[in-house]
Design a protein around this ligand. Structure first.
Ligand code: T3D
Length: 259
C-alpha cells in the first residue's frame, strides 16, 4: 500500500507531507507510525538540518481519523495516545534540528496541536486552527493542555479549547499563537526560504534554545540563569561558536556544522 507520508529532500531540508488528502490528512495509526519513523530517521541523519511538516491538498491535518477502527466507541483511546501520539509528539519536540509547520489549510484537533508543537508555524491566510476536541467530548491532546495556555494565556486558551471555534490564521498570528500568516500563494516560497535559512544556522544553538525555553517553564529566574550559563559554557567550546566569531571578524559568511 502507498505510504500516507511523503518525504522530499531539498539540500539539508527534509519535507514531510501528511498525504491522505481525501480525508484531510487525518491520522490513522499507520500515519502516526510513519511520522514517528520519519522523524526518528531524520534525527539520526546528520545531513538533515531542518524539517518541514505540511499537508497534501486543501488541509493540513484534521486530527484523528474518526472512522479508524482504533477509535470506535468503547475502544481505549488512552492506549492509542500512549502508543502512537505520545511517542510521535515527544520525538517531534526533541528533534535535534528546527522543525517548521507549513500550515497549508485547516488544522483541527490533534492536527492543530501537532502544528503548534513545531518550532516555527507559518500558515497560509486561508488556513485555520480548530481545537475540535470539545465538540466530540474530549480534551485537547498532543500537548495542547500544556502548550495553549503558555502560548496565548489561560483566557484565550480556555476560549479556544472549550468553544472549539475556527481560529483564522491571521487571528492566530495576531494573538501570538503562530509565527506568521502569509498569503496562500507565498506559503511554499516563504517556508522554503525560512527552512534554508534555519538549515544554514548553528543548529545546536537553535535546538538548545527550544529546550531551554521549555525547561524554563518549570524554574525560577535563578534556575534559568543557571541553565543558560551551563548551555553557554558548552556551546562556547563547540565549533559553531568559534566559526561564528571568526566569520564575523573576517566579514565573511559563516559555515556552521554542529548538530
Ligand atoms: O478518539 C479520538 O478521537 C482520539 C483523539 C484524537 C485526537 C483528535 O484529533 S480529536 C479531533 C478529531 N478531529 C475532528 O474532530 C475534526 C473533524 N473534522 C472537521 O471538523 C472538519 O472536517 C473540518 C473542520 C476539519 C473541515 O471541514 P470541511 O467542511 O472543510 O471538510 P469536510 O467536508 O468536513 O471534510 C472533508 C472530508 O474529510 C469528508 O469526507 P467526505 O465526506 O468527503 O467523504 C470528511 O468526512 C473527512 N474528514 C474530515 N475530518 C476527518 C475526516 N474523516 C475522518 N476523520 C476526520 N477527523
Amino acid at each position: 500500500p502507498e505510504s500516507p507520508l511523503r518525504q522530499e529532500r531539498a539540500g539539508a531540508v527534509l519535507t514531510l507531507t501528511l498525504d491522505r488528502p481525501a480525508v484531510l490528512n487525518s491520522f490513522t495509526t499507520d500515519l502516526l507510525r510513519a511520522l514517528f519513523l520519519a522523524l526518528d530517521a531524520a534525527a539520526e541523519d546528520a545531513s538533515v538540518r531542518c524539517v518541514v511538516l505540511t499537508g497534501a491538498g486543501r488541509a493540513f491535518c484534521a486530527g484523528q481519523d474518526l472512522a479508524d477502527p482504533a477509535v470506535a466507541p468503547q475502544s481505549d483511546i488512552g492506549h492509542l495516545l500512549a502508543h502512537f501520539y505520545r511517542p510521535m509528539l515527544l520525538r517531534l519536540r526533541s528533534m535535534p534540528v528546527p522543525v517548521i509547520a507549513a500550515v497549508n489549510g485547516v488544522a483541527a484537533g490533534a492536527g492543530a496541536n501537532l502544528a503548534l508543537a513545531c518550532d516555527l508555524v507559518v500558515a497560509a491566510r486561508s488556513a485555520s486552527f480548530i481545537q475540535a476536541f470539545s465538540k466530540i467530548g474530549l480534551v485537547p491532546d498532543c500537548g495542547g493542555t500544556w502548550l495553549l495556555p503558555r502560548a496565548v494565556g489561560r483566557a484565550k486558551a480556555l476560549g479556544l479549547a472549550m468553544l472549539g471555534d475556527r481560529l483564522p490564521a491571521q487571528e492566530a498570528e495576531r494573538i501570538g499563537l503562530i509565527w506568521r500568516c502569509v498569503d496562500d500563494a507565498e506559503l511554499a516560497g516563504e517556508v522554503g526560504a525560512l527552512a534554508a535559512r534555519l538549515a544554514a544556522m548553528p543548529t545546536r544553538a537553535l535546538v538548545e534554545t527550544r529546550r531551554a525555553f521549555d525547561a524554563a517553564q518549570q524554574t525560577d529566574l535563578a534556575g534559568a540563569l543557571d541553565h543558560e550559563q551551563a548551555l553557554q559554557r558548552e556551546l562556547g567550546f563547540a565549533h559553531d561558536y568559534q566559526e561564528g566569531v571568526a566569520a564575523f571578524m573576517a566579514r565573511r559568511a559563516p559555515s556552521f556544522s554542529d548538530r
